[in-house]
Design a protein around this ligand. Structure first.
Ligand SMILES: [Zn+2]
Length: 102
């Protein structure tokens, strides 16, 4: 069962990129097609659905297509989707199982 994401697509994508450990706002901004200011606002998580998503993490099975490839800080692969499937797929699967989502 999939939970729906209530935040705008680009904001969710930015959270997914941050979740991968990318902290450079300009890298995140160009990857998801937002401005640096917008990414900063998302990172501050003033909006409650955004705060909730960044606390809980991107649900298992949700991947966001990026406008530009980014280098995964963990496996150093260039990825077009966030979060990195190779690094986060198995971990997210386990945590989703533990929480009873799948
Ligand atoms: Zn990776």
């Amino acid at each position: 069962m999939k939970r729906s994401i209530k935040v705008p697509h680009r904001a969710a994508a930015a959270i997914a990129v941050m979740e991968m450990g990318v902290s450079d706002y300009s890298v995140i901004a160009s990857a998801v097609g937002l401005t640096v200011e917008e990414v900063k606002r998302i990172d501050m998580a003033e909006d409650s659905p955004i705060r909730q998503l960044s606390c809980e993490g991107i649900p298992y099975g949700e991947y966001f297509t990026l406008e530009k490839d980014i280098r995964c800080p963990k496996c150093h692969a260039l990825v077009r989707f966030a979060p990195c499937v190779a690094c986060y797929g198995p971990t997210k699967y386990q945590s989703a199982r533990q929480r009873g989502y799948i």
